[in-house]
Design a protein around this ligand. Structure first.
Ligand code: HEC
Ligand code: HEC
Length: 419
């Protein structure tokens, strides 16, 4: 995190959040045919609702994969805050074809509609990429995003746009015409395909995906008192000498009306342990460098972005089955302990104590060493013991009420065996 940017980022964040809320879900169809340029408010509402309902049907439709059987919800499980790995336990999801696995862990889609478009702060001396969809921001906005999973061979594996559009036309023609105009299927495959993205975006922008109903939200609204452990954990989270988590997982509970998203939408390289179970990692020369590729090109070809991934929101993180872009952790307790002891006890995290085994040697200089990182082997960690348990309790309090049933049993850190 570059500190100079915090104030800018904060004001941007607030504005962006307000803009997103103010806009609600519509505007998805800008540029789509068959509608007056500026429909009146009631008509806009009807169109929006039609798109939301259509998006919901598409989201759960298992016919939209090859072979059939996998829907968006197979990986983005509504019980787990729209995260999950389709039954895979290796940290990355199973695709629609048996035995195929993706490269990255599935993010929760809750609060994804608040992610700003991919942008780079060009006025800064240091480039500051922010936002964008996917963990490397390679797609700028949510409605362009659907192409990824629908066509990706390791996800839903529909060979091309025309295959998807043919399926949509067979199953949803009346709905699509109502939501996007009678000519939606007569003006080319690309238009109809864009409408699929617009419908999914409309659904993903509904309140189902951002209920703001967590214990933390209820506490902020003055409706609930946090438990002693949650309250202590919140202090560790915001303490610059301990967790220092808010530097990247931005949240300003003290600012009235600021929506706490628990991310500044920036990109950071954490030097995570390699996940040897990811099939692509069987090649020791392969590295997933996020902003640095392989799924995109680094902004301005700058190698300092190698290994950087977008800081995710921490809302609903506690119900995920795996953590971090490579799914290298399956227990939240491990994630929190990793922040505390990555540098003080590397033997706990990397085989044979060889640090940063998921980063090429030339890129290790770009790994973040600011607090809570940046200590030396044998130093006291920035926080430990009770603080770890308390931080976990606080992160669990960021779970929306709707998903609380998916919370795993609590493990006390003293009982967490060394990996
Ligand atoms: C096989 C599992 C799988 C399926 C099926 C799947 N996704 Fe995803 N989804 C992922 C993974 C993995 C990522 C992260 C990929 C990356 O960053 O490269 C992701 C990322 C996303 C994102 C970006 C979220 C963010 O934080 O940037 C959105 C939005 C999304 N998926 C929506 C969908 C929709 C809509 C569908 C159905 C059309 C779908 N997904 C189907 C696994 C899946
Ligand atoms: C330097 C910025 C930075 C700081 C400081 C930071 N984080 Fe993170 N955090 C990230 C980034 C970036 C990721 C995603 C990394 C990846 O997947 O490669 C992440 C991921 C996570 C995840 C996993 C999220 C998921 O969906 O898998 C958790 C949990 C988490 N952080 C908690 C914390 C806590 C608790 C602290 C304070 C002790 C903290 N973070 C401090 C940047 C940061």
């Amino acid at each position: 995190m570059r500190y100079a940017a915090i104030v800018v980022a904060l004001s941007f964040l607030i504005l962006a959040s307000l803009a997103t809320i103010g806009a609600g879900a519509p505007a998805a169809g800008a540029g789509l045919p068959g509608r007056p340029a500026q429909p009146g408010a009631p008509e806009r509402d009807t169109i929006r609702r039609e798109r939301e309902q259509l998006g919901k049907l598409l989201f759960f439709d298992t016919n939209l994969s090859e072979p059939r059987g996998t829907s968006c919800a197979s990986c983005h499980d509504p019980r787990r805050a729209f995260s999950g790995n389709h039954g895979s336990t290796i940290g990355v999801p199973l695709g629609s074809r048996p035995g195929t696995y993706g490269l990255r862990n599935t993010p929760s889609l809750t609060y994804a509609s608040f992610i700003p478009p991919f942008n780079i702060d060009a006025e800064e001396e240091v480039l500051e990429p922010k936002g964008g969809q996917f963990l490397d921001g390679r797609v700028s906005v949510l409605d362009q995003q659907a192409e990824g999973p629908l066509l990706a061979p390791l996800e839903m594996n529909n060979g091309d746009r025309a295959t998807v559009v043919a399926k949509i036309k067979a199953a949803y023609a009346p709905g699509f015409k109502a939501a996007f105009g009678d000519d939606i299927f007569s003006r080319g495959t690309n238009r109809a395909f864009l409408a699929v993205g617009a419908a999914l975006k409309a659904f993903e922008s509904t309140a189902t995906f951002h209920p703001f109903s967590s214990r933390f939200d209820r506490y902020r609204a003055g409706r609930l008192v946090l438990s002693a452990a949650e309250s202590r954990g919140m202090s560790v989270f915001f303490d610059p000498a301990k967790g220092n988590c808010m530097v990247c997982h931005l949240a300003r509970p003290q600012i009235v009306n600021a929506v706490a998203q628990f991310t500044d939408f920036g990109y950071e390289t954490l030097g995570l342990p390699r996940n040897p179970a990811i099939p692509a990692n069987a090649d020791p020369a392969f590295f997933d460098l996020g902003l640095g590729g392989p799924k995109r090109r680094a902004p301005r070809g700058d190698p300092s972005f190698n290994g950087a991934f977008r800081t995710p929101t921490l809302r609903n993180v506690a119900v995920k089955e795996a953590f971090m872009h490579n799914g290298c952790f399956t227990r939240l307790e491990d994630v929190v302990a990793f922040y505390a002891t990555r540098d003080t006890d590397p033997g706990r995290w990397y085989p044979h104590g060889v640090r940063f085994n998921d980063s090429p040697a030339a890129d290790q200089q770009y790994i973040n060493v600011s607090k809570p990182f940046g200590r030396h082997p044998g130093d006291a960690p920035a926080f430990q013991g009770q603080d770890i348990d308390d931080l976990v309790a606080f992160l669990r309090a960021l779970t929306d009420e709707e998903f609380e049933a998916a919370l795993p049993p609590l493990i006390r850190s003293a009982a967490v065996p060394a990996r």
